[in-house]
Design a protein around this ligand. Structure first.
Ligand SMILES: Nc1ncnc2c1ncn2[C@@H]1O[C@H](COP(=O)(O)OP(=O)(O)OP(=O)(O)O)[C@@H](O)[C@H]1O
Ligand SMILES: [Mg+2]
Length: 157
């Protein structure tokens, strides 16, 4: 199990953690983001996408369309499942079709816990806690070996 805990003191710090992650992600990465409204899931996604070379004007929260796709060093599939009730809603929007494309892209899923039982295997969790107005605890964890290099780099900083 790989685990990295980060205390972010500002939106900029969360953004730059995301950027670092995006620079290091291997193809086939799935990142499951959890945490309450306004904890920073979209902000870290922005950083990850920037690190992947996605032009920043492309990056928006897909709350109303559920899924956005971007082109960076790798294709990026960004989902926001806030409005899903659960797994059955997920099936209705064809979520398993998206999941079947995970191997060739980077997939970032806000509110991933809503479809926990059908998520792709070997993903990395990024769990957010709001500590105060400007502080967030961000815990990254995974069992998947493909993230070994990423965790080594993050811990080396
Ligand atoms: N340390 C921090 N890291 C991230 N965001 C922070 C931090 N401190 C304050 N914020 C603020 O918290 C908000 C995070 O918004 P963001 O849209 O990223 O949250 P979210 O988790 O995607 O919310 P939602 O569940 O509505 O999609 C922003 O307004 C940001 O400025
Ligand atoms: Mg969001």
């Amino acid at each position: 199990m790989y685990k990295f805990e980060y205390l972010s003191n500002s939106p900029a710090a969360t953004l730059s953690l995301g950027k670092k992650i995006g620079e290091l992600l291997p193809v086939g990465s799935v990142i499951a983001l959890t945490g309450e409204l306004g904890c920073g899931k979209t902000l870290i996604t922005r950083g990850i996408c920037t690190g992947l070379g996605v032009p920043s004007r492309q990056i928006n929260s897909p709350t109303f369309v559920l899924v956005n796709e971007y082109k960076g060093r790798l294709p990026v599939i960004h989902m926001d499942l806030y409005r899903l009730e659960g797994v059955y809603d997920g099936f209705e929007i064809g979520i398993t079709d998206y999941f079947s494309r995970a191997a060739d892209s980077v997939m970032i899923i806000e509110w991933a816990e809503k479809v926990r039982t059908i998520l792709p295997p070997d993903l990395m969790w990024a769990e957010f806690d709001i500590i105060s107005d400007k502080q967030r605890r961000i815990v990254l964890s995974t069992d998947a070996k493909k993230f070994a290099g990423l965790f080594k780099e993050l811990k080396g900083k």
